[in-house]
Write a protein that binds this ligand. Structure first.
Ligand SMILES: [Zn+2]
Length: 280
């Protein structure tokens, strides 16, 4: 029996040497080479051969860099075929004022009574149904808001603060911390909604819009599945420098399924996505 062990060991060693030489040549990366190199890795865990290990490590890192090149090429090929002129690509935010009030005729009521752009009604109803079935029924907190309405609530807040003794300047400054300035809210587009799930809504009557919602099961479900219906979590964590708005796990924006999938898969903000689209 010992004789056979010797033969097996010798054949295995030979195989390792041959494989490492083959890989060392910088062979074209393909499925079979990757399988072979993992076999070599396994064999090495029992064989004590530094030179072979070095050669495999080298070829592995070569393979990895080649693989990531392939991945990034694949990503650029996946870039959705979108037109920046498309209605779903409109950019409104702290740095991008809406041109003018959208036409009321373009709005429609959701089954919950909130107004949105009529072109996203079915996408939202589908999202809401999927959330229901997953056990996270959605509660809407806000949807379309006109510039005029934003002006009104902004002015009301300023007036309230002034009645408490603030100067107009102080009151305006404070109001800006909690209210988007009229004309700069994405809610003006009819493509943005604020939603949480029922469990969170019932437990957080006074602080519904809190970023901790993102850590709940309902918040996580939205983060993962909203894209399947064309919505993105518009203000992701850690992107304030780009969006000028803190993490808002409840604020969804319709951009269409293709763009939403690309944006979320690549962890982009909508601003970054628009920039990439412009470069094409
Ligand atoms: Zn919002």
């Amino acid at each position: 029996m010992k004789k056979y062990y010797g033969i097996i060991a010798a054949v295995s060693f030979l195989a390792i040497v041959i494989l490492s030489v083959e890989i060392g040549k910088g062979a074209v990366l393909n499925e079979s080479v990757r399988t072979q190199s993992s076999l070599v890795d396994t064999a090495l865990s029992t064989a004590d051969s530094h030179s072979t290990a070095a050669s495999v490590t080298e070829s592995t890192s070569h393979a990895t860099s080649q693989q990531s090149e392939e991945t990034s090429e694949k990503e650029s090929d996946d870039f959705p075929d979108v037109s920046l002129e498309d209605w779903s690509m409109v950019l409104v935010g702290p740095k991008n004022k809406i041109d003018q009030e959208i036409a009321q005729s373009g709005l429609a009521k959701l089954s919950n009574g909130y107004l949105v752009d009529k072109r996203i009604v079915s996408a939202y109803e589908d999202l809401a149904e999927a959330a229901d079935q997953a056990g996270y029924p959605l509660v809407m907190v806000s949807a379309y808001r006109s510039v005029a309405y934003q002006k009104q609530i902004f002015a009301e807040n300023v007036a309230t603060l002034m009645s408490r003794g603030d100067s107009q300047e102080e009151a305006t400054k404070t109001t800006k911390l909690t209210f988007t300035e009229p004309g700069y809210s994405e809610h003006h587009t009819g493509l943005a909604i604020d939603v949480v799930d029922k469990a969170w809504y019932q437990d957080h009557t006074t602080d519904v819009l809190d970023h901790q919602f993102g850590d709940t099961d309902g918040g996580k479900w939205i983060q993962v599945h909203a894209r399947e219906y064309g919505f993105i979590v518009r203000y992701p964590k850690g992107k304030y420098a780009i969006t000028q708005i803190d993490y808002e796990p409840w604020h969804l924006r319709y951009v269409g399924v293709e763009a939403a999938t690309y944006i979320e898969d690549n962890q982009l903000t909508f601003e970054e996505f628009i920039d990439q689209a412009k470069e094409r």
